[in-house]
Design a protein. Structure first.
Length: 580
């Protein structure tokens, strides 16, 4: 796309108050210069929460059933909104999909159903009353119909988009300035159209929404408008394109937004399970360094040039529960670090959870809720430098040492554990657990978690360090099909699966995901520790899986690995047992 003239926003923006929050480790990037209005606004937004799949869900089989429960979520209540505020959130994003909820009138214009808009406004007003900053958007309309737009302003998709934003702008024009408009969630287009690129199309719809909002009266003349990058990607080209679009409008009340779900092989649980583990062979990138790269990009393209930035969604792609979820301690490190960097750069971060249950008593998931709450309180959290699981298969001959990453905090104590059983070395930030404590627990319990050590620090979330007793897992014979998968009975004996792969006898990776060393946990295989099963799912197989003997390799967090032999004959697969 042609680059517009760079407008020196800092010379025309109003100078806001400088950032009051200083992170523990040095001054933030955002403190280096006075804030612009959009940067001051996102600073006040702080940490935010998405109301998950409620007003963005829909039904196509029966349009009359399209309501906030369409995808299995409970009805949003005022109690839920107040609970989010009580947990320290300062902002809330309420995704809304208009698709299936509008009618094409005789005048050729689309009209959002009034009862639906009234319900949506009620939740917006509950959030306003709770003193939250509120983000309104169009959500899954991005892929249900707008993605097909050909770039012609006379086309039906463009006219529909303008109609919908005309109604939203008018309906909410008297809301206070804490309410902002996001033009579209994760916008993308199927194709370029001649010389009109996908980015051109995004610029055109962003401009259409901008013009409608600014001309609609009320508080919309100066309301904050949130402009997404293409696909809300945080790569440099798309962030730079968003900057040039925003700069060309010469309007101080514009915010840029991106989404972040970490790298897929970490976030989706494809065998790269550590926050500081290399993501791909032959590269140095880790989940932590990818967060650094994202914020460096946002700073270079937007923040340093006076544009406020919101990470409108962040989270993970794996399940929240069951064996296929991300490793709990490594997920907490990811959440802690992302929110720390967001605070350092003056960026608002808004989580897309399963993390916040939407029914009373609205408790957090134990594995990561306290980490997010600490971030809401602008506190860093501490953790063990290594895995939060220590595996023991025999009585300990020596004490166990656990190095800590304190992040500016100090270690206080281990909850409920007598001081005689542990010590702390301030110089090396290392906790030592006595062999007497380990052996006492080892002798008292069967395989599984024998101790949950709760490390307490001066600030931030507590850290759960688990001690797990284990022995060798036992895999039995089984039968199944490539179309239905195979379920293998297992005695796990305290072991937990880290990753798995399929190979032929020559060592070549097999299956639908053979480009990567490991299969997707929860997509191609899964484990059930309660039922005692390991399942190869149908997505593990494809045409590359030959008839004959194939090898399933399973690796465990305790360091063990097993090779399980499978015989494939046409559609049938038979689990023969372990090959060492």
């Amino acid at each position: 796309m042609k680059r517009t003239r760079i407008v020196k926003l800092l010379t025309v923006f109003l100078i806001a108050l400088s950032i009051s929050y200083q992170v523990d480790e040095g001054n933030s990037q955002a403190n280096a210069a006075p804030q612009t209005p959009s940067q001051a606004y996102v600073q006040k937004m702080g940490k935010g929460w998405n109301v998950f799949n409620t007003y963005d869900s829909f039904r196509t089989d029966d349009l009359s059933l399209s309501d906030e429960t369409s995808w299995g979520q409970p009805i949003v209540t005022q109690e839920l909104i107040l609970s989010a505020k009580a947990k320290g959130f300062d902002s809330i994003r309420i995704p809304m999909t208009a698709y299936t909820r509008y009618t094409l009138g005789a005048d050729g214009h689309y009209l959002i159903h009034s009862e639906w808009l009234a319900k949506y406004k009620q939740v917006v007003d509950w959030a306003v009353d709770a003193d939250l900053y509120v983000m309104i958007n169009l959500h899954h309309d991005s892929w249900t119909w707008l993605s097909n737009w050909d770039g012609n302003r006379a086309s039906e998709e463009y006219k529909r988009y303008v109609d919908l934003w005309t109604q939203l702008a008018n309906h909410f024009k008297n809301e206070p300035e804490r309410v902002m408009f996001e033009t579209m969630n994760e916008p993308y287009f199927e194709n370029d159209t001649g010389t009109i690129t996908k980015q051109d199309k995004l610029d055109m719809i962003n401009r259409a929404a901008y013009d409608v909002i600014r001309s609609s009266g009320g508080n919309n003349a100066t309301r904050m408008i949130v402009i997404p990058t293409y696909s809300t990607s945080a790569d440099m080209d798309r962030a730079d394109a968003a900057y040039h679009f925003i700069a060309g409008l010469n309007d101080p009340n514009l915010i840029a937004t991106v989404h972040f779900y970490s790298d897929w092989v970490f976030s989706g649980n494809l065998g790269r399970t550590g926050f500081d583990e290399k993501l791909y062979d032959g590269v140095q990138d880790t989940p932590r360094s990818n967060i650094d790269q994202m914020f460096n990009t946002l700073n270079h393209a937007l923040i340093s040039k006076g544009i406020g930035v919101v990470i409108g969604e962040y989270g993970w792609l794996s399940p929240d529960d069951g064996a296929a979820k991300m490793q709990s301690g490594e997920k907490r490190k990811y959440l802690e670090y992302l929110n720390y960097k967001a605070s350092q750069y003056g960026v608002s971060s808004m989580i897309w959870p399963g993390a916040f249950w939407r029914v009373p008593p609205f408790d957090w998931h134990d594995e990561y809720g306290t980490t997010i709450q600490a971030a809401n309180m602008k506190q860093r959290s501490s953790y063990s430098t290594g895995l939060n699981e220590i595996y023991v298969h025999q009585q300990a001959a020596n004490d166990i040492q656990i190095p800590l990453t304190l992040n500016g905090n100090s270690f206080k104590h281990i909850e409920g554990v007598p001081k005689k059983y542990y010590s702390f070395d301030t110089a090396t930030s290392t906790v030592t657990i006595s062999k007497e404590f380990i052996n006492e627990k080892f002798n008292q319990a069967s395989n599984g978690t024998i101790a949950d050590l709760v490390f307490v620090f001066s600030k931030g979330a507590d850290w759960h360090q688990l001690i797990i007793k284990y022995s060798t897992p036992v895999f039995e014979m089984a039968a199944g099909t490539i179309t239905e998968g195979i379920v293998i009975p297992v005695q796990y004996n305290g072991t937990y699966v880290r990753r798995a792969s399929l190979f032929d006898l020559s060592g070549n990776r097999l299956g639908s995901n053979s480009w990567f060393p490991y299969m997707m946990f929860g997509g191609e295989f899964t484990a059930d520790y309660n039922e005692g099963t390991f399942s190869l799912l149908k997505d593990a197989f494809n045409a590359s899986v030959p008839n004959g003997q194939i090898k399933l390799r399973i690796e465990f967090y305790d360091g063990q690995s097993i090779n399980y032999s499978i015989q494939k004959s046409g559609n049938n697969v038979t689990g023969l047992g372990i090959v060492f």
